[in-house]
Every structure is written in structure tokens, then in C-alpha cells.
Design a protein around this ligand. Structure first.
Ligand SMILES: Cc1ncc(COP(=O)(O)O)c(C=O)c1O
Length: 381
């Protein structure tokens, strides 16, 4: 069966049994399934970084539980380990840690805290598939991990995601939940197939800016199969048909894309090395070489003085600079109380989310990017 083949290809990279992989329409649905398998319910609390995508707290809220955020470290852009214990209460059930831009969290320390307080751990590996932490694949260290195969993730099936389960006690419940998954409609499958073809043949550095803007506009209005549906960004009600299965087109695309995984990840490291060298030589903030071993470099984060102007210049120069994490719960920029986020409590995440951009790492030739950085050095922190 082709689904089994996809699971085997994934499990080969994750170095685990294919039985531990569960496939879904999106990564967020995998997180929802894991939380459900862990028995998360009304009034439970789940700890997560205050520098994530809003769909992560959404999955928690959809189960009636409360997201409890922890500020991030300026160095790693992952949770500040020293702040985690302050966020734990008798209601805490889970800690979610993240591979932000591909850099693993410091998992031994997080696991020690979780063990002390008898909590589950989940690794958000949506940026980190194919990367390693201290020699073992990202996602190996926590009770469960979830991954995304959305457009700009380590490998892409348009949209998509999966869970990998390490705590065998969760396996039975995950298998039970398989029966609850809803099937994507034929229209959804065709629409996604069309977008995958469009991306393959039409997106390049010259069309990137206009196509990304058009895609975001249409998906927020629910006029296209989007990364986010409008209601996921404007409120906290679970969208209809949320708990959806993966489709055949995603499985076929995934099997094909996985074959390129190693070569693209090598390219990411090569480009990241060039960016770090350039930024270091010019006295700018950069990712230290000692992080490279545990970094996948899905994108290379850079801090800038005036993000809007920087992005406008990048658009003019046709450089595919990304603008992820525009707020601690990207891309939401208002009504934070709905998501139980008090911005005053997360000074680092707030400050960084106002100044961060990211550079492409999966490009064959980085000279255009380096020239662009060189021409706009005074804007880089
Ligand atoms: C940090 C983080 N977590 C979770 C997700 C959700 O992944 P998906 O879009 O596959 O649901 C994203 C998606 O972009 C993300 O950036």
C-alpha cells in the first residue's frame, strides 16, 4: 500500500518503526491528535514557546485546554529553559518544545524538567525534519513529535503533516483516533494537486513575492486550499472538518520529495555557513558555529532595523526573504487575549518578532543574497 511506503520512507530518516508514524492533512492536525492521545482536556495547561505559529495554541484551545507561553532565548529563538519551571502549575500536562528555523531545543534539560513534574513532552519538528540533535534525528527524544510538509518546510507536499510516537503507551490511542479522521473531498484533492503543479513550474525568485502575496490573500479568504483558514487566524473556534486525513496526492508527492531530502539539507548547511561567515566578518548578529551541528537551517534568521523597508528592498531585488514570526503567535497581530497571550510578559519574543526576517537556504547560488546583504548592511543588526 502506498501509505505504508510513505511511512517507511519517513521512518527510515527518523530511524524508527513505520508503525509509529501517523499521517494527516496538516502538521497542526498531527499535534491535535497527539494532545488528544495524551488525554488533554478542558482546563489542562500546555506549555509552549511564545514564538510559534498560532495554529499550535489553537490545537490546545480546541481541546478546551490553556496555552501557557514561555519567553524565548535571543541566542536560540527557542524557549528559555530557565523560565520553564515558573510556568508549571498543578494543571500543567505537557511541554511543547520547538526546532525554530531548524535549531533543536535543548531537550535533555526540558526532559529533566518534564520528568520531575511528570509531564508529557512533544517536539514541534515542523522546521526540523531531517535534522539531528546530538546525533539522533529531531523528534527522537520526546514522547511524541509532529512534522509539517507545508510549502516551505524541509520537504513539501503542498500542505501536510505527520506525527511520530516514541512513548509506546500513546500508540493504542493514536491508532484508535485513525478511525475518527475525516477524508479530504475530491475538490480539495484536485485543488491541492493544482497548487503543487503551479508551485513546481511557476515559483522562482522573480514570481516569489507576487505569488506569496496572492496565496496569502486567497487563503485568508478561504478561496484556495491555504496553509491557514481565515477562521484559524481570527478566532479560536475549531474549523469544520479540521481532523482530516492525508490525501493520495500528498502521499505521492511526499515519496518523491523525500528522495531529495539529503541533498537539500546539505545545501542548507552550505548556504548557512556562507551567511554566518559574511555576517560575522561584518560584525553582525549571526548563528554561532557551535550551533551548526544541531541546526537544519530551514531558513537563516537575521535581525534588521526596519523590517518593512528591508522587505520592500528585498522584493525590489527579487530576493526571497521570508517574514515568519511577525508576532509571538504568527501571523496574528491583534486580539492576543483570545489566545491567552499577555504581550507584556514576553519581552524577548515581542522584540525579536518586530525585527526578524529570514534568508533562503535551499538555493543553488547564494551570490545574489550575499550581494543584497552587502548592499544593505546598515539595516542589519
Ligand atoms: C512552528 C510551527 N509549528 C506548527 C506549524 C503548523 O504546521 P502545518 O501548517 O503543517 O499545520 C507551523 C507551520 O507553518 C510552524 O511554523
Amino acid at each position: 500500500m502506498i501509505e505504508r511506503k510513505y511511512k517507511e520512507a519517513i521512518s527510515l530518516i527518523l530511524k524508527c518503526d513505520a508503525e509509529r508514524i501517523f499521517l494527516y492533512w496538516k502538521g497542526r492536525v498531527a499535534l491535535y491528535a497527539i494532545l488528544k492521545a495524551m488525554g488533554i482536556k478542558k482546563d489542562d495547561e500546555v506549555i509552549l514557546p511564545a514564538f510559534t505559529c498560532v495554529v499550535v495554541p489553537n490545537a490546545i484551545i480546541y481541546l478546551g485546554a490553556k496555552p501557557v507561553y514561555v519567553d524565548i532565548s535571543t541566542e536560540t529563538l527557542n524557549m528559555e529553559i530557565d523560565l520553564i519551571e515558573d510556568a508549571i502549575t498543578p494543571k500543567t500536562k505537557v511541554i511543547i518544545c520547538q526546532n525554530t528555523f531548524g535549531l533543536s531545543s535543548n531537550i535533555e534539560e526540558i526532559n529533566e524538567i518534564a520528568k520531575k513534574h511528570k509531564l508529557f513532552t512533544i517536539e514541534d519538528c515542523t522546521h526540523g525534519f531531517g535534522g539531528v540533535y546530538n546525533g539522533k534525528p529531531n523528534g527522537s527524544y520526546c514522547d511524541a513529535a509532529f512534522y509539517s510538509t507545508q510549502w516551505n518546510k524541509p520537504f513539501s507536499t503542498g500542505i501536510g503533516g505527520f506525527a511520530a510516537i516514541n512513548n509506546l503507551e500513546l500508540l493504542g490511542k493514536m491508532q484508535q483516533l485513525e478511525n475518527e479522521k475525516l477524508q479530504p473531498s475530491i475538490i480539495e484533492q484536485f485543488a491541492l494537486a493544482a497548487l503543487i503543479i503551479l508551485k513546481k513550474y511557476f515559483i522562482n525568485r522573480f514570481t516569489y513575492w507576487s505569488l506569496v502575496k496572492l496565496y496569502r490573500f486567497l487563503s485568508n479568504k478561504n478561496l484556495i486550499i491555504g496553509s491557514n483558514q481565515g477562521e484559524e487566524l481570527s478566532g479560536i473556534t475549531i474549523p469544520k472538518k479540521y481532523f482530516k486525513d492525508i490525501s493520495l496526492i500528498q502521499i505521492i508527492t511526499g515519496i518523491k520529495e523525500l528522495k531529495k531530502n539529503d541533498s537539500i539539507n546539505n545545501l542548507r548547511q552550505k548556504n548557512a555557513t556562507a551567511y554566518t561567515r559574511f555576517l560575522m566578518e561584518n560584525g553582525k548578529t549571526h548563528i554561532a558555529m557551535n550551533f551548526f551541528e544541531n541546526h537544519l537551517f530551514l531558513r537563516y534568521p537575521v535581525l534588521v532595523e526596519n523590517r518593512e523597508s528591508f522587505l520592500a528592498l528585498a522584493e525590489k531585488s527579487k530576493i526571497s526573504v521570508g517574514d515568519w514570526f511577525l508576532s509571538p503567535i504568527h501571523p496574528v497581530k491583534q486580539k492576543f487575549d483570545l489566545w491567552k497571550l499577555n504581550m507584556n510578559n514576553f519581552p524577548i519574543a515581542c522584540s525579536i518578532s518586530q525585527r526578524i526576517v529570514n534568508l533562503p537556504t535551499d538555493i543553488k547560488d547564494n551570490r545574489e543574497v550575499l550581494n543584497f546583504l552587502n548592499s544593505n548592511l546598515e539595516m542589519i543588526k
